[in-house]
Write a protein that binds this ligand. Structure first.
Ligand code: 0L1
Ligand code: MG
Length: 262
């Protein structure tokens, strides 16, 4: 690590204040160019601690930058990972207050809920499928705290991978009864199709993102506990949303979930 504890805490406070007050900032590596991966995850951890100290519950985990195209573009070989707090959850068909966010975008994701712990390193897709209770459709709302979504990877990891809101719904399904690689998704904004794709867009198989999350945590001496909700990564480009927009996700064999921006 290159940053001291006080700097890590100050950066966590700064980024969380930006999130809470819906104002943007410049990427933190401009002032801290030597920041390394451990620093970036330590800042994210600082944000998590701040939320928990105020009584928030951590309700899940997420993988970000999971499409091969985005990973090539960003020059990375594994996704990045963040956490989901209870305050991020929007009820199915519920409302999200646009003014609480900076410049939100919606992306369709296959959501996993585990029924057994998953531990890395060495975690595989078949272990993920065996440990999954069910999968269901989810829409993640990402909202980078960085001006115009201009960041580098360490800045975005520190910013909890742009996590902001999410909604899940539809019909929970056993993933072993589906082929998640060919599972199709259609996302609509205000009744118009704005994005479509299939499960293989995430690392060839979305369970691969969950296995990589377990392997990432394994290196830190952590596991994915049973009962964890995991957003496995955007299946398409993220779509900008404004107040007044309605976003609906249809996922093959799993029904729909939606939310409205007010
Ligand atoms: O969930 C995601 O894939 C987002 C990761 C962070 C990058 C971004 O804000 O676009
Ligand atoms: Mg995402």
């Amino acid at each position: 690590m290159s940053l001291d504890t006080a700097t890590i805490e100050a950066l966590a406070a700064h980024l969380e204040d930006c999130e809470q007050q819906a104002h943007d900032t410049l990427k933190i590596t401009l002032d801290h160019p030597d920041m390394d991966w451990a620093d970036a995850y330590a800042v994210q951890e600082g944000i998590r601690r701040r939320k928990m100290a105020r009584g928030a519950r951590i309700v899940g985990l997420k993988a970000g930058l999971t499409s091969f195209a985005k990973m090539r573009q960003m020059g990375i070989e594994t996704p990045i990972f963040g956490f989901l707090a209870d305050s991020f959850a929007v009820p199915d068909a519920g409302q999200c207050r646009h003014a609480e966010l900076i410049h939100p975008k919606a992306e369709p994701e296959i959501v996993f809920v585990t029924k057994a712990p998953l531990a890395g390193p060495g975690c595989t897709i078949s272990e993920v499928l065996a440990a999954t209770d069910f999968v269901l459709p989810g829409i993640e709302i990402i909202d980078s705290r960085y001006r115009d979504f201009k960041f580098d990877l360490k800045s975005v990891v520190a910013d909890n991978c742009s996590s902001s809101r999410f909604v899940v719904g539809g019909i929970p399904r056993d993933p072993r009864a589906l082929d998640l690689r060919t599972t199709g998704v259609v996302m609509e904004k205000n009744g118009q199709v704005v994005a479509l794709g299939a499960g293989a867009a995430v690392l060839g198989h979305p369970a691969n993102a969950v296995a990589m999350l377990a392997n990432h945590l394994g290196l830190r001496g952590e596991t994915i506990p049973a009962g964890t909700l995991i957003l496995s990564g955007g299946l398409t480009e993220a779509v900008s949303v404004q107040a007044g927009d309605h976003v609906m996700l249809h996922m093959q064999g799993m029904g729909c979930t939606s939310l409205a921006f007010v």
